[in-house]
Design a protein around this ligand. Structure first.
Ligand SMILES: [Zn+2]
Length: 484
């Protein structure tokens, strides 16, 4: 009856021995042991002796880093289907930042409650979202500017969400209904988000030909509202702006502007995102849209509920199969899914790797997946290992210390996530341990859910959530409500 001999309250203690610690701040790697007790890191030293009953993790030849923070995540949507968040945990992600692109279905207080009730394996933080709030206040009749009274109503929702722990305000100005708002409307809402050092974060109005105009609007919102701003998943998604990443990244050197980026040259969205115009019957806009991304072979229909036999095929392949030209097919896809009749999404190769690598190197651009659980873009299961495999180990675009800083402390500091994002005494014990020689993403556009390998152990708030690369079943994720 050994149990009877144990003290009534056991403090759970873990010793991580012999690892290479990269603390997330950008400081050089050191060899050190780390002790975790309860939910916190309590000791870091060259050699720590095991305590009685201590769980020991041998980390020889492995990197011990802060748990990765996904700066732009859509994992909130699928967490009820997979509370273990296996595709995130196997990437080493311990915190997902939700509420992106202007998304908002309910007050953030309730949103946190529903995420919490899923008992997720990873932590969540969240922005409040302009687009969803706009839909809530304007209703069906949203294809217009908001009235002063409506702006006032939207602003008070933002103010309440900020009190309830939002990190700031997100927008998605390329999507309905955010598309129909003007800069003044966003400024009014962003002003309400500047309490608690809030951040304005935006999927901007344009990520192709007019990217630089869109960045100007973001800067002007930041200046007018007096709030720092972040460009979501920065990209140069059309031929007209290819090769201009240095100019775009230079904007993130301004004191108030940051960005996040995912490590793929293809994006995923609705097919409407191919063109900023809303004149979908006008064939001319599609001629240009196709040329902008290098032709119909670069557009893969990843979801199409009206006819699943089209799913997974490129527009070129569908065109050959149906003997219809690609533009007719685009219009058909839009018509067959409009007014809620069905849903569609496309994966479009539209960025240059050289531009992407410029963003990966830029000091104020952090990493995000923009991915979801069970989604059809490989970024949902591959992002963080892909950075460490392809861009650190193989292409040497960036060194490992800097890559980890951009996965951890840069995000935690920019978003105001207290006591996270660093390996430091008294910080929350969110820790990722991986093998830098073997870490690898496996997800591809045709097999987007393939799990990554090489992350050995993940600890979330002091609990071992992944062990030997496998989920342990622990579901210890916390809701990170800002300033609470
Ligand atoms: Zn987005």
């Amino acid at each position: 009856m050994i149990a009877a001999l144990l003290p009534l309250t056991i403090t759970y203690s873990i010793l991580i021995k012999g690892g290479t610690v990269i603390d997330g701040t950008g400081a050089p790697a050191i060899k050190a042991d780390i002790r975790v007790q309860g939910t916190r890191i309590i000791e870091i030293a060259p050699h720590l002796l095991p305590l009685d009953n201590e769980k020991i993790i041998t980390a020889t030849n492995l990197v011990v880093a802060p748990g990765f923070i996904d700066a732009h995540s859509h994992a909130g949507g699928g967490i009820n289907d997979d509370p273990l968040a296996v595709s995130q945990i196997t990437q080493g992600i311990t915190t997902a930042v939700a509420g992106q692109d202007g998304g908002w279905d309910e007050p953030i207080k309730d949103y946190f409650k529903s995420l919490e009730s899923a008992k997720p394996a990873i932590n969540f933080a969240a922005f409040t979202g302009h687009g969803g709030i706009r839909a809530h206040i304007l209703g069906e009749n949203y294809k217009r500017l908001a009235t002063a009274d409506e702006v006032q109503k939207m602003t008070s929702i933002v103010a309440q969400d900020m009190k309830d722990g939002a990190l700031g305000l997100s927008s998605g100005l390329e999507y309905d209904p955010g598309y129909y708002s003007n800069t003044e409307e966003i400024v009014a809402l962003a002003k309400a988000a500047r309490v608690n050092n809030g951040l304005y974060i935006s999927h901007m109005r344009d990520e192709a030909d007019k990217t630089f105009d869109a960045i100007k609007e973001l800067e002007s919102i930041s200046t007018q509202a007096g709030i720092p701003a972040q460009i979501s998943h920065i990209k140069l998604g059309s031929a007209a702006v290819w090769g201009q990443a240095k100019q775009a990244a230079a904007q993130t050197n301004l004191a108030n502007i940051t960005a996040d980026v995912y490590p793929y040259t293809y994006w995923q969205s609705t097919i409407a995102a191919l063109s900023p115009s809303r004149d979908w019957d006008d064939r001319k806009i599609w001629v240009k849209a196709l040329a902008d991304v290098g032709g119909p072979a670069n557009i893969r229909l990843s979801r199409f509920t009206p006819d699943t036999t089209w799913q997974g095929k490129t527009l070129e392949e569908i065109s050959q199969q149906t003997k219809k030209d690609p533009i007719t097919i685009i219009q058909e896809i839009l018509n067959r899914t409009k007014d809620g009749k069905g849903s569609q999404s496309v994966v479009v190769t539209a960025m240059l790797e050289s531009d992407l690598e410029t963003f990966i190197r830029a000091p104020r651009i952090m990493f995000c997946s923009d991915g979801s659980i069970g989604g059809s873009h490989p970024r949902g299961a591959g992002t963080f290992p892909r950075i460490l495999a392809r861009y650190v180990r193989e292409r040497k675009t960036i060194n490992i210390v800097e890559a980890i800083r951009k996965m951890t402390s840069l995000t935690a500091r920019t978003f105001g996530l207290k006591e996270r994002g660093e390996i430091k005494p008294n910080y929350i014990a969110d820790i990722t341990i991986f093998d830098p020689k073997t870490i690898q993403d496996h997800a591809t556009p045709t097999d987007p859910k393939a799990l990554s390998t090489g992350v050995k152990v993940v600890i979330v708030s002091g609990q071992i959530t992944l062990s030997n690369g496998k989920p342990t079943g622990a579901r210890n994720g916390k809701m990170i409500r800002k300033n609470q």
